[in-house]
Design a protein around this ligand. Structure first.
Ligand code: H79
Length: 466
């Protein structure tokens, strides 16, 4: 009883900005020692380190535009269209009045993620366009109040995640917001692919107002925006949806330690939550690093947890004209490469405005799932390779077991693995389970493999040491 009372007081104090929450091991400035009932970072991170593979979902009003405005294709990333096209606030709001995702089937979404072998989902609760996918009392610019659909999009997704044992996390653009007044703008708007007739006027305004392009964006200060929108909405997200596994901040433009402290304090509402490193640099490092659209080189890794987020084509939000899809082979090999370096893969889907995954994403998820069903042991709960880089593929380890994912199958039937120390108990193929002969040669362990690769994407040889 006593403990619960103190925790309650603590949360209220923290949420009011009186105190930094001390209930986290990895916090911002001024964080003291952790309380006795506090989970350590290792405890909070355990599921995530085992998971290795998650789904990012970028969804919002921009999906309605699908990369096109006024008959023109704008910019590269479709979720940036409002900024890249200098679209006025009132015009963008009109787009929301068409957003009606009647084909939204969160149960099917979660099943597709699960069948692909993904263990968590992170969805854009609010992207830089400020549009909340949830009912919010802090701003009318949300799906319930601003669209004909009129229903919270997160609630049923959270319910489906619970049903299928999927962890759910929220992406929240805490600083950048192009619709709620006072929100920051990280990059000057442009007319990429489209000449906005009001460009000259807009450019003059932009130059004088830190990148904003519409007076409606600057009727409040950033401090007011943080207090009136960002903090209350994060509080809503961490209060109204049960357990939230991840809070994924993005673009800390204009953040101060004071703003970040107010947002960070809210994490006390979810003692098990983990966060990325984008709340504010450098004093709020969060729990893991977030290389975007790239897989780090071994030499760039420093022992910290990390997650590569990546698109399946070239855009996060749905873009009708982007057909530049990565092949299943690339996606699976990316996942293996990432696991072999000890990271996670957060692979994006950008649903349409109607609420459907694009068919190429569905197909890719299915193909990944086929591989994962046979070879998932080489990914889940594994650690980075202790071996020097291998010319034919990648390695992950789990205790005394090595998983060798072979991209380039040896033509001579001999897979040479330098650097394996210890006696082999058993070597086998994950596909089919056939046992393989091993011998120790001058260049390392030599495994005799069948003439043809069992899997054109990657064949996994499991080596158990004594
Ligand atoms: O949500 C996704 C991106 O929209 C977001 N982070 C991922 C997870 C992001 N925000 N800012 N940035 C990434 C970096 C800025 C990229 C930009 Fe651009 C380069 C903005 C304008 C030029 C990418 C390319 C977006 C539009 C064109």
């Amino acid at each position: 009883m006593k403990k619960a009372f103190f925790t309650g007081v603590f949360v209220v104090m923290a949420a009011c900005g009186f105190a930094q929450p001390l209930a986290r091991e990895t916090a911002g400035p001024g964080n003291g020692s952790a309380g006795s009932d506090t989970l350590t970072r290792d405890q909070r991170m355990a599921w995530w380190r085992d998971a290795r593979f998650g789904m990012f979902i970028h969804w919002g009003v921009y999906a309605q535009l699908a990369g096109e405005y006024d008959g023109h294709t704008i910019g590269k990333a479709a979720e940036w269209i409002m900024n890249r096209g200098k679209i006025p606030v009132a015009e963008y709001h009109k787009v929301a009045r068409q957003f009606n995702p009647v084909k939204y089937d969160p149960d099917a979404w979660v099943r597709m993620a699960k069948d692909a072998g993904m263990k968590y989902i992170v969805i854009t609760a609010k992207h830089h366009d400020g549009f909340a996918l949830f009912g919010s009392k802090a701003s009318k610019w949300n799906v319930v109040d601003a669209t004909p659909y009129g229903k919270d999009l997160l609630k049923p997704l959270v319910a489906a995640c619970r049903k299928y044992g999927m962890k759910i996390g929220f992406y929240y653009s805490q600083a950048q917001d192009w619709n709620n007044p006072g929100g920051a703008v990280a990059r000057k708007p442009t007319s990429e692919g489209w000449a906005n007739p009001d460009s000259a006027k807009i450019d003059a305004y932009t130059a004088a107002h830190s990148g904003h392009w519409d007076p409606a964006q600057t009727t409040d200060s950033m401090g007011d925006y943080i207090d009136k929108v960002s903090v209350p909405q994060v509080k809503e997200l961490l209060t109204n949806y049960g357990d939230v596994a991840v809070l994924w901040w993005d673009t800390p433009t204009g953040m101060t330690d004071a703003y970040a402290g107010k947002l960070h304090a809210l994490l006390a509402l979810q003692p098990k939550i983990i966060t990325n490193d984008r709340l504010k640099r450098p004093d709020f490092p969060g729990d893991y690093k977030t290389p975007e659209q790239k897989i780090p080189k071994l030499s760039d890794l420093d022992g910290q947890d990390w997650e590569t987020c990546m698109t399946m084509n070239g855009t996060w939000g749905f873009k009708a004209s982007d057909h530049n899809w990565k092949t299943p082979t690339t996606l699976v090999r990316n996942l293996i490469d990432i696991a072999s370096k000890g990271g996670n893969y957060l692979l994006n889907v950008g649903p349409t405005a109607e609420g459907e995954f694009p068919q190429p994403s569905i197909d890719a998820l299915k193909a990944i799932g086929v591989w994962m069903k046979v070879n998932g042991a080489a990914i889940y709960g594994t650690k980075a390779s202790p071996l020097a880089p291998l010319p034919w593929g990648r390695c992950t380890v789990k205790g005394k077991v090595y998983y060798l994912s072979v991209f380039d199958w040896p033509a001579d039937g001999k897979l040479v693995v330098p650097g394996v120390k210890g006696e082999v108990k058993k070597a086998s193929l994950l596909a089919g389970g056939a046992a393989l002969k091993t011998a120790s040669g001058a260049d390392g362990l030599v495994i005799t493999v069948p003439a043809a690769a069992p899997d054109a994407i990657a064949s996994v040889v499991k080596v158990e040491l004594k």
